[in-house]
Design a protein around this ligand. Structure first.
Ligand SMILES: Cc1ncc(COP(=O)(O)O)c(C=O)c1O
Length: 477
């Protein structure tokens, strides 16, 4: 007869339960992970205990993560010494090589802890955003149907009209200005680029890019299985002849570029460069993906987009509001004509179905408020002060030759140090001293052509530019 039944007193149950637990712990210490433990039936017989008591003992060890039970198979040692070592080795075989690895994510996206001077980040400080307008717009949007409705697939009509109207300002002489129907709303510029690359090219195709260029565009192209063909540029546009050669040799149908205040160099195409490049695109039947990321960050001049005057649909235009309106309102637009737009729309829908109508409504509210224009005017002044102060510090402390261009807009200075300086190592040493910046290697599709780094002047407080650049000067010189 069993000494310990479910009807037995608590002390009998407990001692049997503890004895079973002790025995199992002893086995767990000795046996390798994955080994089978005695069955419930064996433990019942060994300890003259009820099945329920055996189950209680096992349950406790399962909760501690020491035992794993598999229904129908029994109980097994889960982790012998309290250290869980999962075996994900099978995934190496299953996945194969990565299209884009974690290194492809630029250091510009790193989070900065307190006390650090963030010259690496691409997202402006709160005092450069229309914070009051954004908060009010979010409260208002919460009271509209957009807070509970599904948005149309291409985006809210008012927002699409706003983006189209921005490309066709009153009085402009464009032959065929884009209309609201040419606009697809996306959740940020990054997803717009991913969709364009996937929709307009096939894995294995080539895509031409300026070098250096935005790391996120390179990552999106690689993720889409595209082969990047770099063409060099200095402080202006790439040479039209180089573009023509690269397109001819690679068979690429896409050219990704930032004609206005390019990230990271700050380069701005001149009107002669624009017409030379446009002529090549037309002659070769190629799309220009015009990434107008810095539209709202003109300092000495406004942006005049190529997409505003593009009757044949060679320009696929991307404009994001996430940096100028609010990084929390991730709203951007793709503007394109003809079948290209339809393909991009399909890709967006397959990927995301639609963009939050609530965020789109808040964006419309900010953009149609008279305060938006006055915000942009204030922003221009603030960016001018920041850019000039950073340029002064760089030239004064790192040498005049380290800055080939003071950009006429945008958020960054592209700094060159002496050849042979390992800027990745410099970034590591500067980070240890509380200064973050983005090393040049992040921005080149192939080997960097020199020792460059990018300093962003839109996030850290301007009074910290002087000590931050002093740290860099001390580490580099
Ligand atoms: C050149 C450029 N394009 C596109 C993006 C993507 O912007 P977002 O997805 O924040 O709209 C960025 C962000 O840093 C950028 O620098």
């Amino acid at each position: 007869m069993q000494q310990d039944s479910t009807q037995a007193g608590p002390s009998g149950n407990d001692s049997a339960h503890l004895a079973i637990e002790r025995r199992l712990r002893g086995l767990i210490d000795r046996l390798p992970a994955g080994d089978r433990l005695p069955s419930t039936r064996t433990l019942v017989l060994e300890h003259a205990a009820s099945p329920l008591t055996v189950q209680r003992a096992l349950q406790r060890l399962v909760l501690e993560g020491l035992v794993e039970t598999r229904p129908g198979a029994g109980s097994f040692v889960a982790r012998p010494h309290g250290v869980h070592r999962a075996d994900f080795g099978w995934q190496t075989t299953a996945l194969g090589a990565a299209r884009t690895d974690a290194d492809a994510i630029g250091t510009a996206m790193a989070s900065a802890g307190p006390g650090v001077i963030p010259l690496h980040s691409g997202y402006p400080a709160e005092d450069l955003l229309p914070t009051r307008l954004v908060r009010t717009a979010l409260v208002r949007a919460a009271r509209t149907g957009a807070a509970v409705d599904r948005a149309p697939l291409s985006g809210l009509p008012e927002l699409r009209s706003w983006f189209a109207a921005e490309l066709a300002p009153a009085g402009a002489a464009a032959a065929a200005p884009p209309a609201a129907d040419d606009v697809v709303i996306t959740p940020g510029g990054q997803s717009a680029l991913s969709s364009i690359f996937r929709a307009l090219a096939a894995p294995g195709d080539a895509i031409v890019m300026e070098s250096p260029t935005y790391w996120g565009a390179m990552a999106a192209a690689r993720q889409a299985g595209l082969r990047i063909v770099p063409i060099a540029r200095g402080t202006g546009a790439p040479a039209a002849a180089d573009l023509d050669d690269a397109l001819g040799a690679s068979g690429a149908r896409l050219f990704y570029a930032q004609p206005h205040f390019a990230n990271p160099t700050g380069a701005l195409w001149t009107s002669a460069e624009r017409s030379d490049i446009t002529a090549v695109l037309r002659a070769r039947g190629v799309y220009l993906v015009e990434d107008d990321w810095a539209h709202d960050f003109g300092i000495d001049t406004d942006v005049a987009t190529l997409a505003a005057d593009d009757p044949d649909g060679h320009i696929v235009y991307v404009r994001s509001l996430t940096k100028s309106l609010s990084p929390a309102i991730r709203v951007a637009a793709v503007v394109a004509r003809g079948p290209a737009l339809a393909r991009i729309q399909v890709d967006r829908t397959v990927d995301d179905l639609y963009v939050s109508g609530f965020l789109q409504q808040a964006a419309v509210d900010v953009l149609t408020d008279p305060g938006w224009r006055s915000h942009l005017t204030r922003l221009r002044g603030a960016l001018r002060g920041r850019r000039d102060e950073m340029a002064r510090q760089v030239r004064g402390q790192l040498g005049a030759e380290s800055l080939e261009l003071v950009p006429r807009g945008g958020l960054n200075l592209w700094v060159r140090t002496a050849d042979g300086v390992d800027v990745t190592d410099l970034a590591r040493r500067a980070a240890a001293e509380g200064v973050l910046f983005s090393p040049g290697g992040d921005w080149f599709p192939a080997e960097p052509t020199g020792s460059f780094f990018r300093l962003n002047y839109s996030r850290a407080r301007p009074e910290l530019f002087e000590p931050a650049v002093a740290t860099l000067a001390r580490l580099v010189l």
